[in-house]
Design a protein around this ligand. Structure first.
Ligand code: CU
Length: 325
């Protein structure tokens, strides 16, 4: 009995080894947000920590002033309320100017980081993500490789079986977080994502990458990532998209470039391909979060791949139009 329990523990430990990089994913009772594994996620973390420490400073000053006032001017020491008090012009100026300075101190780096987050230029490859009720489709544009990623069979079996026990769930470390075909991406590569949906609005979200992007039918949203550390990073659909919204997890497996090339070649050889390689739409101008190119939207609505713009000048034109936000 004891032997069996130990070997079960051993199996669980072994099974969790490939997920050693899970450190980037949230843990139960984790305080604070994670740093993630990309420059974007590090930027988000830095902006968050700056705001946090400013809040801590404000809290300390306000509570100290309250405490001091309550202790120093207490009733038992004969303090009398100042009923003729109106205001202090000097204090009014101080508590208007200081918050303005704090807001600017936070807004300037945050804006720079936000602009960098939307800058999809100079990406080395493009992956099209399509949300479908209730799975994800990934297409390596220009490579002709397309994969469908859905909840792994074991999770699906356990969740549908009313007789499933707690022990069975515990024995499956990635219950409801695993997929049959993870999205395989190379590390140290700027990857552009074009994100859309087939039916309803979904949202592609992997916390370790540091961003979340809506997948909307008829609209192509852009995002990019450059993963620094190999590992398995997990996420979820973050937009309520129907009854199985909670059962379309995301798994990103980041591997070194050479290993990715091997994987891509073997996927092609295995026939996991579309009929003909899709064309790669040109990257945006770096400041447009969503494409407002009517041709691109029409293509997607008709279930076709967005065609590449004819010339770079034409590609730049739609981005000058006001954002569809
Ligand atoms: Cu969804």
């Amino acid at each position: 009995m004891m032997q069996a329990r130990f070997s079960r523990w051993g199996l669980a430990v072994l099974a969790s080894l490939p997920f050693a990089a899970l450190a980037a994913d949230p843990k139960p009772w984790q305080l604070n947000m994670g740093r993630g594994v990309t420059a974007s996620s590090q930027h988000a973390y830095d902006a968050h920590m700056l705001a946090l420490w400013i809040c801590v400073g404000i809290g300390a000053v306000v509570f100290a002033a309250m405490g001091y006032a309550m202790f120093k001017f207490r009733h038992s020491k004969g303090a009398v309320p100042d009923t003729s008090f109106t205001h202090s012009t000097r204090l009014e100026i101080v508590w208007t100017v200081v918050p303005i300075i704090l807001l600017v101190v936070m807004a300037v780096p945050a804006t720079a980081k936000l602009i960098a987050m939307y800058d999809t230029r100079e990406s080395e490859m493009t992956i099209k993500v399509t949300g479908v009720q209730w799975l994800w489709k990934y297409e390596y544009l220009g490579e002709g490789v397309e994969i469908t990623s859905r909840l792994d069979r074991e999770s699906d079996r356990l969740r549908q079986n009313k007789a499933t026990t707690r022990a069975e769930l515990d024995a499956h470390p990635a219950y409801l977080l695993d997929v049959d075909n993870p999205l395989v991406v190379p590390t140290d590569t700027k990857i552009r994502f074009v994100i859309t949906a087939d039916d309803v609005i979904h949202s592609w979200w992997v916390p370790a990458l540091g961003w979340k992007q809506d997948a909307i039918p008829g609209i192509i949203n852009e995002a990019w990532t450059e993963i620094l550390e190999p590992g398995v990073y997990r996420g979820q659909c973050a937009e309520l998209c129907g009854k199985d919204h909670g059962f379309m997890p995301i798994v990103v497996r980041a591997v070194p470039k050479a290993e990715f090339e091997q994987w891509l070649a073997s996927s092609k050889a295995a026939g996991q391909t579309t009929d003909e390689p899709s064309q790669v739409p040109e990257g945006g101008t770096g400041n447009a979060p969503r494409s407002v190119d009517p041709d691109m939207i029409e293509d997607v609505q008709q279930g076709e791949e967005p065609a590449a713009p004819q010339a770079p000048e034409e590609a730049a034109a739609p981005a000058d139009a006001p954002s569809a936000d």
